[in-house]
Design a protein around this ligand. Structure first.
Ligand code: ADP
Ligand code: MG
Length: 311
């Protein structure tokens, strides 16, 4: 494990504001129709023509023009003026790439993803999405393109179906089922007496920890955000569920730029880019093979923390 379990934002897991289903409510839907706001604006500044929306996007009534290139340029950030945390951080995530972030507790992993969400403003430097400085965009617009799946599984006391449907207001039954199937929720649901109508009780004791994670993944899949932030859950699940979780996460990451605070070996191995953080800085960057060959910080971390997990 590389993290102690803090997610920084409590219970706001698997929330995508793109769908207008949470922070901003129905207003977001109106906002999107205004051509001066929303993804179109990002696109205009980038000077690229809008791409043709997929059938799924057409059904959803939105067109996803955000390509999802994220860049940090000389970013400095501190929570308090007297303690500097992130210094001169530079990184590029190309559209569709998976970026895994590893490092010890307190290294700044959660902080880095919080900066992408604009939960905090940086002291100096620039963070861009498709070349647009996020500091110039309304916070709602930035968050509207980002889906989050955080460690604390957040499900409400309703049915499994409603918990998934929450991912995108106005999704059709067909789309909800599609999301459930893609993320393996559909499989375990059929073993429950009430199926999708199973009410997740207060303690969630009728559904296992791994199954709850699958439901939050299904919810994010339905929301279909251009960018994804995953703080992988650390709760222990059985081997079979673990495998399903890996496949569900992979399905969710497909076709979108994803930042993963990684606890799972599989994610780290497959990531296009691994960032090793220590004390607010990226001390190493590369893919798994490159970083193993470098025999540096990642290699040490891998030897000490991950090697045992392979056996
Ligand atoms: N809201 C906050 N206010 C002040 N300090 C914070 C806050 N959140 C995190 N920190 C501090 O910033 C550093 C990095 O934390 P964090 O980004 O949560 O690290 P990680 O996710 O790698 O464990 C830690 O020293 C932590 O105590
Ligand atoms: Mg953290």
């Amino acid at each position: 494990m590389t993290d102690d379990g803090d997610s920084g934002h409590g219970n706001a897991s698997a929330v995508s504001t793109r769908s207008g289903s949470s922070f901003l409510g129905p207003d977001r839907l109106n906002q999107r129709e205004d051509s001066t706001l929303g993804p179109d604006r990002l696109n205009q500044r980038d000077g690229t023509p809008p791409r043709v929306p997929s059938a799924r996007e057409e059904r959803a009534g939105v067109s996803r023009d955000v390509k999802g290139r994220i860049e940090f340029e000389h970013v400095d950030f501190s929570y308090s003026p007297d303690t500097e945390l992130i210094r001169d951080l530079n990184l590029v995530a190309e559209p569709g790439q998976t970026v895994a972030i590893v490092g010890p507790t307190g290294a700044g992993k959660t902080t880095l993803v919080n900066l992408i969400m604009r939960f905090y403003d940086i002291n100096s430097g620039k963070i861009t999405i498709d070349g647009v400085d996020i500091a110039t965009l309304p916070r709602g617009e930035v968050r509207g393109n980002i889906g989050m799946v955080l460690q604390d599984t957040w499900l409400f006391g309703g049915t499994i179906w409603d918990n998934i449907a929450y991912g995108r207001l106005g999704a059709t039954d067909e789309e909800i089922l599609e999301a459930a199937k893609a993320t393996f929720v559909d499989r375990f649901v059929h073993s429950l007496p009430d199926g999708y109508e199973t009410v997740i009780d207060e303690e969630g004791s009728n559904v296992s920890a791994g199954e709850k994670q699958l439901i939050t993944i299904a919810r994010a899949f339905l929301a279909d955000p251009a960018l994804l932030i995953l703080d992988e859950a650390t709760s222990s699940v059985d081997t079979r569920t673990e495998l399903l979780l890996q496949h569900a996460m992979a399905a969710l990451r497909t076709g979108r730029t994803s930042f993963v605070i990684a606890h799972r070996l599989s994610t780290i191995r497959d990531a296009d880019l691994i960032l090793v953080m220590q004390d607010g800085a990226i001390v190493e960057k590369g893919n798994h093979e490159e970083l193993i060959a470098a025999e540096g910080a990642y290699f040490d971390l891998y030897q000490s923390q991950f090697a045992a997990a392979i056996e």
